[in-house]
Design a protein. Structure first.
Length: 249
């Protein structure tokens, strides 16, 4: 297991948003987090690389272990943690700079300056994100000139450029058209050969298509967590069954 979560609780001021979450995330698999809006999926995802630290009203108890270290240990280097656990957001957010500089930004932040090395990193990341052939002749063009689907793959490439172990994806296809969504899904399926992917999705068909493990969240609780085929074919909790069959609520 690459991530081990033990009795994780999170509060937004007095709102108890995550309640005693415990789960193991296997290496080199796609784990999908599903559930209705406001159930805690994205909140949980952001605890895995301490993005919640940026919110002053958040209080967290419990442990999240990554490669044998509790990421909430006060001695944890959060910048280094986020190098190993990258994130792609719901809306593509390329920086207002060139395609090349978007990808080189992270490696430069971590001290890489040699042009030849940066060139190699940029090419590898764009190839891993399945967008190299589309942009290799316009690397100095603004990233914002790309289409929405291309921008999202660029953001994936930017996350991959620092060679993370884990890629967190917060509804990364929800703003895309079906063709772009399909390309991202194909890409994510390929990425698990090298990376561990944890993704939030509202699209249950997407979870069935590409995830290996699936977790159902409801009102801040982890209701059920198993391999995807089992969860969708023989759920053990009626709330899970009601959600996946459309009878929820």
């Amino acid at each position: 297991m690459i991530i081990n979560v033990q009795k994780l609780n999170l509060w937004y001021a007095d709102n108890h948003a995550l309640k005693d979450i415990s789960m193991d995330v296997p290496r080199n698999q796609i784990t999908a987090l599903i559930g209705p809006s406001g159930c805690g999926k994205s909140t949980f995802l952001k605890t895995l690389n301490r993005m919640q630290d940026l919110n002053p009203i958040v209080r967290i108890e419990g442990e999240v272990w990554y490669n044998g270290n509790n990421i909430y240990d006060p001695k944890m280097d959060v910048t280094d943690l986020r190098k190993h656990i990258g994130m792609v957001f719901q809306k593509a957010n390329p920086f207002p700079m060139s395609i090349y500089d978007n990808i080189a930004y992270g490696p430069r932040t971590h001290g890489i300056r040699a042009r030849a090395k940066l060139d190699a990193i940029v090419e590898k990341a764009l190839k891993d994100a399945a967008i190299w052939d589309e942009v290799k002749d316009r690397l100095r063009k603004p990233a914002l000139s790309l289409s929405g689907g291309q921008q999202q793959r660029l953001c994936i490439a930017r996350a991959l450029a620092v060679e993370p172990d884990i890629l967190l994806m917060d509804e990364a296809t929800s703003a895309l058209d079906p063709i772009s969504t399909g390309r991202i899904e194909e890409l994510v399926t390929q990425l698990k050969k090298k990376y561990t992917v944890i993704m939030v999705t509202h699209n249950m068909q997407q979870a069935v298509r590409i995830s290996d493990q699936c977790a159902f969240f409801l009102l801040g609780e982890l209701i059920e967590y198993s391999d995807t085929s089992t969860l969708f074919s023989t759920p053990t909790d009626k709330r899970t069954e009601d959600y996946i069959t459309g009878r929820f609520g």
